[in-house]
Design a protein around this ligand. Structure first.
Ligand SMILES: [Zn+2]
Length: 381
């Protein structure tokens, strides 16, 4: 059985494997095989990883000892010799917690099993809470999930709005009133668990890459359109975070030289000022008829396309995924984005460019937060 409709794809490791890390790297390789496919023998894993049978037997023994892998029984086949024992990831050996702090109205959290399936999901209204008050809501959600937990917890993953550095510190999240907040360390100390914090769009693109469409490419930009506009990037199979942890911050890039709506940041004509979900919805309310509504959405889509064209051209991206309210983004808006990019890039090179809505819906950041823990703690994705 393959999980998630066969759409799981691993991330390319971003660092070189040093000899002292070889064992944990090899452990991850074994787990990765079983994360994707249930019911493999030791020989299957040796073949697909290129590791020796002895190494695999040794690692599998260790992982069975830790409860991460179980033996399913023997393969029923007609091959000569001793039938192979099939192995599977024990998805309940550990559970993990994922959090989505990107929704303006409420914070969301869920318990996952190791296969990435949601076991329990809870939310807490945010109201007007900012700063320390917003942080207290985050703590309370984790406490509620831990209260009923029976499996050991592998870790906590958090998708937060704003700029998040590699140490899980929120450099700035104006909507939440967080500046230089060491969220990772605060959660890790309080709950004594490994914690990974990433920008919400960066978490979302991990979810898309791991659980999204089966034939998705290894070069991917995910545009998240909600209260703000953000982007997550995977280039050549590896997530891109940027030298100042702010890669994908496309929301406050000004589009064009003709001014435009005033943005919350003070500039005129930022991507966010053109295409944030609230503005699109407001405009549609004022549209006289369906044709006028389509024209408004197409004009906004064109603005996003103008901003994306140089990114697609420079990085030679093959896939754009939109995440946000489908009623606004599907149709005229999405068509205009793609058409504009096509017009503005070399058609031969970008003929294969595709644009689609995410299939993960509203859970995309939550599921991305789970991928942060799985890839960080077990090396699987
Ligand atoms: Zn702006």
């Amino acid at each position: 059985m393959t999980r998630a409709g066969g759409g799981l794809r691993g991330l390319r490791p971003t660092a070189k494997v040093l000899p002292e890390h070889a064992r944990s790297h090899n452990r991850s390789l074994v787990l990765q095989q079983l994360y994707r496919t249930e019911g493999l023998s030791r020989a299957d894993i040796a073949r697909s990883t290129g590791l020796t049978r002895v190494t695999i037997s040794d690692l599998v023994g260790e992982l069975i000892g830790e409860g991460l892998i179980t033996e399913l029984g023997q393969r029923e086949d007609a091959r000569p010799g001793k039938p192979a024992t099939l192995l599977a990831l024990n998805v309940h050996a550990f559970h993990l917690i994922g959090m989505d702090l990107s929704d303006k109205v409420a914070f969301h959290a869920a318990r996952f099993d190791l296969g990435g399936t949601i076991i329990e999901r809870i939310s807490a209204p945010r109201g007007t809470a900012v700063g320390e008050d917003a942080l207290e809501i985050v703590y309370a959600l984790v406490e509620r999930l831990l209260r009923d937990e029976t499996s050991p917890i592998l870790g906590i993953g958090v998708g937060s709005p704003g700029v998040v550095d590699g140490e899980g510190r929120i450099r700035t999240a104006p909507n939440l009133g967080w500046h230089d907040l060491p969220l990772r360390d605060l959660l890790a100390e309080r709950f004594e668990l490994p914690v990974t914090v990433a920008n919400d769009a960066n978490a979302a693109v991990l979810a898309e890459h791991t659980f999204g469409s089966q034939d998705a490419a290894s070069d991917l930009i995910l545009i998240q359109i909600g209260a703000g506009v953000g982007a997550g990037l995977i280039v050549d199979g590896a997530p891109v975070s940027g030298s100042r942890s702010a890669a994908g911050e496309i929301g406050h890039v000004v589009v064009g030289t003709d001014g435009g709506p005033r943005c919350a940041c003070g500039k005129d004509g930022c991507v966010e000022a053109w295409v944030a979900a609230g503005r699109l919805a407001e405009q549609l309310e004022q549209a006289a008829d369906p044709a006028a509504a389509e024209a408004l959405l197409a004009a906004a889509g064109e603005r996003l396309g103008i901003a994306l064209a140089p990114v697609v051209g420079v990085l030679n991206l093959s896939e754009i995924v939109l995440s946000g309210p489908t009623t606004l983004l599907e149709g005229a808006f999405a068509d205009a984005v793609l058409e504009t990019i096509r017009q503005r890039t070399i058609s031969d090179i970008h003929a294969e460019l595709t644009l689609r809505m995410t299939a993960l819906g509203q859970d995309i950041v939550l599921r991305g937060a789970a991928v942060l823990v799985l890839s960080g703690q077990l090396g699987v994705s």
